[in-house]
Write a protein that binds this ligand. Structure first.
Ligand code: DX5
Ligand code: ZN
Length: 230
């Protein structure tokens, strides 16, 4: 595979933004070249934290033309697909661990006109996704245990990204590989060289004084890493 032709996309996670200034922060990320806005939805059950719900997604929708990717870290995700898609979700990530009916939920997302996508926790093997890879536009490899921003990237995740990229190559898969948790300028190069294309980043974007500049830097660091031959 010719790595220099891979197109890296940055999806800033607004979990690390200033919730009182979401319009300003989203527009800064957009100006820096963000490709999606990543929205973390947590229910206090599937993960030990509470964040954003449907009305917030609906209120943010008119503020940007960027697509929204909604990361559902909730129990019973099937109950909330329709409200989130109606509120403006363009892609919906559902955790493999959150439902025994993954196939049904992913199909429901597609039927509602959004992109189905699946996420896995650090302890979940990529092999558990083999039956749904044809249904999804993206697979999200969690590189921290979900629930909080600002955690440290788990290095073993690189092995999982490589394994997933290998499955994709072997089966001519069309899904993209997304990485979420602890992504920064230090590890962006290793992550894309392992086979991921979507970098979801919260703290390393919105934890800086210049979110747009941080998006630009992440993107160029990742693209540079792909253009270097080893
Ligand atoms: C964690 C969330 C992430 C988080 C990433 O459960 O899914 O999207 O916001 O934040 P950082 O980049 O700070 O690890
Ligand atoms: Zn997320």
């Amino acid at each position: 595979m010719n790595l220099s032709r891979v197109r890296v996309e940055i999806a800033p996670s607004i979990l690390a933004a200033n919730f009182a200034c979401l319009e300003r922060d989203i527009q800064a990320a957009e100006q820096g070249g963000a490709r999606y806005i990543h929205i973390d939805v947590m229910d206090g059950h599937f993960v030990p934290n509470l964040t954003i719900g449907v009305p917030v997604v609906a209120s943010l929708r008119p503020l940007t033309t960027l697509p929204f990717e909604v990361h559902l870290m909730i129990d019973n995700p099937g109950d909330f697909i329709e409200p989130f898609v109606r509120a403006g979700a363009d892609r919906v990530y559902v955790h493999q661990e959150a439902t025994p009916h993954l196939d049904r939920v992913l199909n429901a997302i597609r039927e509602l006109g959004a992109e189905p996508a699946v996420a896995i926790n650090p302890s979940t093997p990529v092999a558990t996704l083999s039956e749904v890879l044809d249904l999804v536009s993206a697979v999200l490899v969690m590189t921290v245990n979900p629930g909080f921003g600002g955690q440290k990237f788990i290095p073993h995740s690189l092995v999982k990204i490589r394994e997933l990229a290998g499955m994709r190559e072997r089966d001519n898969g069309a899904f993209r590989i997304a990485v979420d948790g602890g992504v920064d300028l230090e590890n962006a190069g290793d992550i894309v060289r392992a086979g991921a294309e979507i970098l979801i980043a919260g703290t390393s974007v919105f934890g800086t004084p210049d979110a747009g500049g941080a998006v630009r830097q992440l993107l160029s660091r990742a693209q540079e890493a792909l253009s270097v031959k080893i």
